[in-house]
Write a protein that binds this ligand. Structure first.
Ligand SMILES: Cc1cc2nc3c(=O)[nH]c(=O)nc-3n(C[C@H](O)[C@H](O)[C@H](O)COP(=O)(O)O)c2cc1C
Length: 418
């Protein structure tokens, strides 16, 4: 019986355990979580979503307070075009986040940063350029370009000294998206080092429409695999979305993937950044409590628990402090939805906004409980303590379970709770 450990992901002459822990913003895939993957010979991700906020929390900086102070005059104004990110601050925050993580790295694995290209930050190109370059400056092993694939991203860093030595990968959910990216970046004469193929069961934003249920990860992987062969392109494919056991992972490798990217099973580990009480919501979730909805202002469908406090919340847009989803003109779909409700209910103290959410604020506060489709199976991965809570897992335990399990089995934690 094959185990995931029988395989290795190869980048040139180097070999890795074929397990990538996916990026989960905002600081859900923490430095600690990524460090476990690297120590065990796999690949971990930190996330570049809302890094100044993360830095304030982790490294005692005051970026958010300073930005809020600077733009205080604009809080009641629904035109947010004045609210700009200071690029020097953004660079500093990214460098701190990456450097502090890389300094602690041990083992033979790698640490990548998941770059959410859909964070348009009231200046899409300039802010993205700074985020990518600062991560490279600070020594990140690689960058995974995610949600909202900006087709010109390679060009933004092609003159960076590490452009050819850092690992660069992209996330796609279709062959067409991959073809578009390759066509657009052909001029830089550099292929991605890996392609994460993310299917419809993943957590976070989906690269599908609301017809996501009609798609199937293995079929998309096979289609991309065949096309790459035809083109004589040798790019490792990493299958992601709904890979719940080591045996699921082996099936994808048999189907032509070189590794898997997994996330949901790590949301209930000690190292995961979600608060412990939220982790218990993930443990106890039933299948019917998980939905794909359209409340993300990005325009991409997103999967989450129906009990997320962010759903229906009508808080005032908080762009002076955050503003990560402001488009190039200072607009955000949540601002429009909020204004509409204010106009409809001028005397209402506690507004409800059902169709969009203030994603920055709610992700920052861990009130948007995005999750993979198989979150309802997490209860089968741990044991219940006498107080009724599920026991949080060590990320190492989950990693090794993926690596060594066979026959679709899931190893429960043993011994006393920590
Ligand atoms: C809580 C959570 C947050 C996520 N956030 C991001 C993100 O910020 N960027 C991204 O590219 N993918 C994100 N994802 C997707 C994962 O990186 C991963 O590709 C996917 O969830 C793998 O499927 P699985 O969760 O079924 O293992 C997130 C997933 C989860 C569960």
């Amino acid at each position: 019986m094959k185990r995931l450990d029988d395989f290795r992901l190869k980048f040139g002459a180097r070999e890795y355990v074929p397990i990538m822990i996916g990026g989960m913003g905002v600081d859900i895939s923490t430095a600690d979580l990524s460090l476990v993957a690297a120590r065990l010979g796999g690949i971990g991700h930190i996330s570049d979503a809302m890094v100044p906020t993360v830095s304030d929390r982790r490294y005692d900086t005051k970026y958010v307070r300073d930005k809020q102070k600077l733009y205080k005059f604009n809080v009641a104004n629904m035109d947010k075009s004045a609210v700009q990110f200071d690029l020097a601050v953004l660079a500093e925050a990214t460098e701190t986040h990456v450097r502090r993580t890389m300094e602690r790295k041990q083992g033979d694995g790698l640490i990548f940063i998941n770059c959410m290209e859909k964070l348009t930050m009231n200046g899409p190109k300039d802010t993205l350029r700074v985020r990518l370059r600062s991560a490279l400056d600070a020594g990140i092993d690689g960058i995974t370009l995610a949600a909202g694939l900006h087709l010109g991203s390679f060009a933004l860093i092609e003159d960076h000294p590490r452009f050819r030595d850092a690992k660069l990968g992209i996330i796609v959910s279709s062959l067409r998206a991959l073809q578009l990216f390759l066509r657009k970046s052909a001029r830089t004469n550099r292929l991605p080092d890996y392609v994460v193929v993310e299917g419809p069961l993943a957590g976070g934003h989906l690269g599908f429409g609301m017809d996501w249920a009609q798609y199937d990860l293995a079929t998309i992987v096979a289609e991309i695999r065949d096309w790459l062969r035809e083109q004589e392109l040798d790019i490792p494919l990493i299958a992601a979305g709904g890979v719940f056991t080591g045996s699921d992972a082996v099936a994808h490798i048999d189907n032509g993937a070189a590794a898997v990217q997994v996330a949901t099973r790590f949301t209930v580990t000690r190292e995961c950044g979600l608060p412990d009480d939220v982790k218990q919501h993930y443990f106890t979730a039933e299948e019917e409590e998980i939905e794909v909805n359209q409340i993300s202002p990005t325009g991409y469908p997103m999967r989450m628990l129906k009990s997320s406090p962010s759903i229906g919340s009508g808080i005032r847009p908080n762009c002076e402090a955050y503003g990560y989803l402001l488009d190039a003109n200072g607009g955000c779909a949540y601002i429009d939805a909020y204004n509409r409700e204010v106009a409809l209910h001028p005397d209402e103290k506690k507004l409800k906004v059902m169709d969009k959410t203030c994603l920055c604020t709610h992700m920052r506060n861990f009130d948007c409980w995005t999750c993979g489709q198989y979150t309802y199976r997490l209860k089968d991965t741990s044991v219940r303590e006498p107080d009724g809570n599920y026991r949080l897992l060590d990320a190492e335990h989950v990693f090794r379970d993926y690596q060594f399990s066979t026959d679709g089995r899931i190893a429960l934690p043993t011994g006393e709770s920590a």
